[in-house]
Design a protein around this ligand. Structure first.
Ligand code: FES
Length: 141
């Protein structure tokens, strides 16, 4: 399995690692395919994600995608951040090996979960509709 230079850079020097003791929203998601876990913490002011940190217990692609996705959503409105797709994250990394595309879904889902948590805390109501992802084939639990 070959990772390109950009993926290796974000894996070796991940940006925005950690969490906030006073986060406005926290989202933790797991990848059912491998058991890896990603946690995103966001700080929100006036509907804008002013800061974001992540902790990922997972493979190199999961760490690289969470790292670059924090850079992509910082300074964005909640709506803009929700539009970030795992495909866009993978493209920003100049691509992932096909077998590793599923890892990038975690970043998209963790951001969505953090925003959902923020909305629940501030408005009492979470995101209206959940997006559906590549691992929809896991039915029946
Ligand atoms: S193998 Fe688990 S997220 Fe990549």
């Amino acid at each position: 399995m070959q990772y390109n230079a950009k993926v290796m850079d974000h894996f070796a020097n991940p940006r925005n690692v950690g969490e906030f003791p006073d986060a406005d929203g926290v989202g933790e998601v797991g990848n059912p395919a491998c058991g890896d876990i990603m946690k995103m913490s966001i700080k929100v002011r006036d509907n804008v994600i002013v800061d974001v940190k992540f902790k990922t217990f997972g493979c190199g692609a999961a760490i690289a995608t969470s790292s670059i996705s924090t850079e992509m959503i910082k300074g964005k409105t909640l709506d803009e951040a929700l539009k970030l797709t795992n495909k866009a994250v993978a493209e920003a990394l100049d691509g992932l090996p096909p077998a590793k595309m599923h890892c990038s879904v975690l970043a998209e889902e963790a951001i969505e979960a953090a925003i959902d948590d923020y909305l629940r805390k501030t408005t009492g109501k979470g995101l209206e509709k959940k997006k559906h992802h590549a691992h929809d084939e896991h039915h029946g639990h």
